[in-house]
Design a protein. Structure first.
Length: 289
């Protein structure tokens, strides 16, 4: 497709629930491609912080020459707020709240009840069952997983996760959306951990066990994967970027669904208990201070 065709493939009005690192990145991805973007947060302070994240990312995109739009023009297409009712005119809403089942369900229900019947709803979950979430909704045919990767602006991958009831029309639309965002779609049917989290967490957990057992340092283990297998970032540094608490939650879920091969090692539990969550706290398997 041409650039104009790609742009036309995106819904004009996008909603994002959650304006943290991931939500802001998702909002930025659509904003750069010309969409009108609404970000809803839990309170006014969080909403303003989300605005700052998105606008900062937009400014960096301009500096890098990713877009020829100016910051004022992009800012005019960005709205932040705290009211779910603002989602009522959105054609697509992406939920990007933390990986907590009850929070995901309540958030998705709250969005869906405000959307028009033909609007689409997506979850940015990295591991939770899309089929399970769909069962909590009134229109499961209009729901799927859109798993963006951190950091969203630099990542070229989006995992499109199809539920059993996801419509064929939505599956096709999602592929076009990903292409229009300048990224590549990996399409998977719903399964625990999908493709990316299941493989990524398996490697990361084994790397943690190797540190725990004194096989090698975190640096050397990561360098082995970067230099030997051409991974852009080693599994332990990636864990620090994602967040040790996030990786622990995914591992516990995969253990409950796929068995003890995904059991979190004690070193991971200990670091999370100490608040060593990775880059966001300044320390994880590496020192980020």
């Amino acid at each position: 497709m041409s650039n104009s065709e790609l742009a036309a493939a995106l819904p004009a009005r996008i909603g994002v629930l959650g304006g943290g690192r991931m939500g802001a990145g998702i909002a930025h991805a659509f904003l750069v491609k010309g969409a009108d973007v609404l970000v809803v947060e839990r309170d006014e302070q969080s909403a303003e912080a989300a605005r700052e994240r998105v606008e900062s990312a937009a400014a960096k995109s301009i500096e890098r020459g990713v877009t020829d739009a100016n910051l004022d023009e992009m800012a005019s297409r960005l709205t932040v707020g705290v009211d779910y009712d603002a989602f009522k005119d959105r054609q697509l809403v992406v939920e990007a709240v933390p990986e907590d089942w009850d929070l995901k369900v309540s958030s998705l229900r709250g969005i869906e009840e405000r959307l028009e019947p033909d609007a689409y709803l997506a979850s940015n979950t990295s591991s939770l069952s899309v089929n399970g979430l769909a069962k909590e909704l009134q229109r499961p045919a209009n729901f799927l997983g859109l798993h963006f990767f951190n950091p969203v602006p630099a990542s070229t991958l989006i995992e499109v996760v199809l539920g059993e009831q996801t419509s064929a029309d939505l599956a096709g639309e999602a592929r076009r959306w990903v292409a229009a965002l300048g990224k590549t779609a990996v399409v998977v049917n719903d399964a625990p951990g999908f493709a990316s989290s299941r493989l990524g967490v398996a490697i990361a957990l084994e790397a943690m066990r190797m540190v725990e057992e004194g096989v090698a340092s975190a640096d050397d283990i990561d360098n082995a994967m970067v230099l030997g297998y051409k991974h852009p970032t080693g599994p332990l540094r990636t864990t620090d970027i994602v967040g040790l608490d996030v990786r622990l939650g995914i591992a516990e879920y995969l253990q409950s669904t796929l068995g003890d091969r995904f059991a979190p090692p004690q070193i991971l539990r200990d670091k999370v208990a100490r608040g060593e969550l990775g880059r966001k706290t300044g320390k994880g398997f590496f020192d980020w201070s």
